[in-house]
Design a protein around this ligand. Structure first.
Ligand SMILES: NC(=O)c1ccc[n+]([C@@H]2O[C@H](COP(=O)([O-])OP(=O)(O)OC[C@H]3O[C@@H](n4cnc5c(N)ncnc54)[C@H](O)[C@@H]3O)[C@@H](O)[C@H]2O)c1
Length: 373
């Protein structure tokens, strides 16, 4: 239960970023918060894109707001999915709590605007627990699973692919899938590809991880990741999936143009790591409207916000992991919430006009202050 009879107003604005259909709070979560004595204000149509109409929020006891600004005005705690856009900067105020994906290292204007707002900004992506980033993982899980669905679809001849069915059929060998990186998205890609009956090889550099993959991914092969291993695999691969991550850095460029020429025309390359620059020198970000392009006869799929395609699943997966933090922030307020959920501390990027996140400070050359408590 709550520490005292503190009542918080939690605001859920509709996402205004193009193509963003996710919503930050499910009606069932709104119900839980209201039951605990809080007030939830949801902007009209905020959940529609993810399949949660206003009526479901109303039935949960939430107040529906007609305007975007109205939600910001009333809320003590704003929960969102994507970072605020420029029209939202003036809506934030001193002392307000903002909990959302921020990715500030990639956006100096946003960093400065949030510092000026005086709001306390907690970034989903930097909440850290046991050296893991629990609020990022579900999106990698979705992107990993989706990479095989997209790859299999684009391998069809009418989509300009090679014409290979990943699972093969009796009497015909299955397609070959190479997954570069055996972390969260890589494992999920491998699981989907194995489920289809494809021949799967996972390239990794972390030996402990490879031991884990070897035990858990029974039919997939693991191979130490190097240029030599890639050169050996490229001529026969049908679907290649880029799922590497070096924390805090741009994705390593593991594939160059010359290597692409070794692949057969119509091979599909899904570069999940595109949000960190991509792992091929030819990768560049694409959108769901125009997801693919060809380089050296290899089809590249480089959509930077893959989970947006499955907004309902992505909303459920995201809110599964954010809810307990939202509840703790609402029940206890920031300072006490940090004691109850220490993982939140690393999530604080900005407080009281000061930047508190070292990697963001490093990225922009802005002075970093310690947390005030
Ligand atoms: N495009 C999208 O919509 C989308 C969605 C979610 C995540 N992502 C991105 O996908 C990437 C992977 O995320 P993740 O959560 O799976 O990361 P992760 O940290 O769980 O896994 C990355 C793995 O790559 C391995 N690795 C590092 N260097 C390697 C190399 N040279 N060769 C082979 N393996 C190597 C690491 O050992 C690690 O196991 C990140 O850039 C993430 O931001 C993109």
């Amino acid at each position: 239960m709550m520490a005292d009879n503190r009542r918080m107003v939690i605001g859920v604005p509709k996402e205004i970023k193009e193509q963003e259909n996710r919503v930050a709070l499910l009606p069932s979560a709104a119900y839980q918060l209201i039951k605990r004595g809080h007030v939830v204000v949801v902007e009209q149509n905020a959940g529609v894109g993810a399949g949660y109409p206003d009526d479901e929020y109303r039935a949960a006891g939430a107040k529906l707001a007609t305007g975007h600004a109205e939600v910001f005005e009333q809320a003590d705690l704003i929960v969102k999915v994507k970072e605020p856009l420029s029209s939202e900067y003036p809506l934030l105020r001193q002392g307000q709590l903002l909990f959302t994906y921020l990715h500030l290292a990639a956006n100096r204007t946003l960093t400065e605007a949030l510092m000026q707002s005086g709001a306390t900004c907690i970034a989903y992506e930097s909440v850290e627990m046991n050296r893991r980033l629990p609020l990022l993982e579900p999106m990698s899980e979705i992107a990993g699973r989706m990479s095989v669905i997209m790859g299999g679809y684009f391998l069809a001849k009418h989509n300009q692919g090679k014409g290979v069915l990943l699972g093969g059929v009796p009497g015909v060998l299955p397609g070959k899938v190479v997954v570069i990186g055996g972390g969260t998205s890589g494992v999920n890609a491998a699981r989907m590809a194995m489920g289809l009956g494809a021949d799967v090889t996972i390239l990794e550099v972390d030996l402990e991880r490879m031991r884990f993959l070897d035990i858990t991914m029974h039919t997939a092969h693991t191979l130490y990741s190097s240029e030599a291993s890639l050169l050996e695999l490229l001529p026969s691969v049908d679907l290649m999936i880029g799922a590497v991550l070096v924390p805090g850095a741009r994705a390593p460029k593991l594939i160059n143009r010359e290597m692409l020429r070794m692949m057969k025309p119509g091979t599909v390359f899904v570069d999940i790591a595109i949000d960190q620059g991509g792992c091929a020198e030819t990768s560049r970000p694409t959108t769901h409207q125009a997801p693919t392009f060809f380089e050296e006869g290899v089809m590249h799929y480089c959509v930077a916000n893959m989970p947006g395609a499955y907004a309902r699943t992505a909303t459920q997966a995201l809110t599964n992991v954010t809810y307990r933090f939202i509840e703790t922030l609402a029940d206890y307020g920031l300072q006490e919430a940090l004691q109850k959920q220490p993982a939140l501390a690393k999530g604080i990027n900005i407080i009281d006009g000061k930047l508190t996140c070292a990697p963001v400070g490093e990225a922009h050359g802005i002075e970093v202050s310690p947390l005030p408590f």
